[in-house]
Design a binder for this molecule. Sequence first.
Ligand code: ADP
Ligand code: MG
Length: 238
Amino acid sequence: MSYVQIENLTKTFHGQPVLNQLSLAIQKGELVTLLGPSGCGKSTLLRILSGLTASDSGSIHIDGKDVTAVQPKEREIGMVFQSYALFPNLNVSENIGFGLEMKKVAKAEMQRRVQEMIELVGLTGKERAYPRELSGGQQQRVALARSLVTRPKVLLLDEPLSALDAQIRKNLQKQLRTIQRELNMTTVLVTHDQEEAMAVSDRIYIMNGGRIVQHGNPHEIYTQPRSEFVARFIGNYN
Ligand code: ADP
Ligand code: MG
């Protein structure tokens, strides 16, 4: 069994199927991207993985454990969204430490882990800054640190860079990949940006209409698209 194993997930909203018998498998330490057009079910799949939304049927295993019916906070999953959702009245250190405080981690240990994360995401010197004093890219690095500090088994990223300027986005893609490798963090990145998927992924799952239509490493997807949809979506079509 793979580290993350999703089998036959189905989800219907108001009679409309949004996920249709969807299965996928992720190895430990892999960065897998879900790539597909708006409305194809990417965020719904992440929400089901995190436990925020229940599926109608199907199963999810993480690290050998059936978590299909497990509460979100017991799934050991970290999540970062497109909008930063930092606490405006807490500074950088406090934002990052929040999840540890909830878990009643001892103060010295908490400070050590928060500082380690601040260094990892390159925010040394910004410990006392408030979210409003940070750029969009810096805020997303805080959000990333905040979700990593609790050492989740899986990191879920829902279009975390989409709202950022192109140049900042490119830099953050590189940083994200470096950090992900350094921590060997099993990561699922959602994006509708083909270039981003090509640049950062170990493997790409292409979604359309609530199904996986192809998966493979970036080179395979680019050179051997199995349908016109994939070819067009990846931009290798002429
Ligand atoms: P994506 O993230 O790929 O853009 P979503 O997973 O957000 O797609 O949405 C997939 C489909 O499910 C869309 O048609 C959307 O309108 C619908 N949907 C998502 N969440 C809900 C919800 N809570 N209630 C009703 N429909 C929803
Ligand atoms: Mg979405």
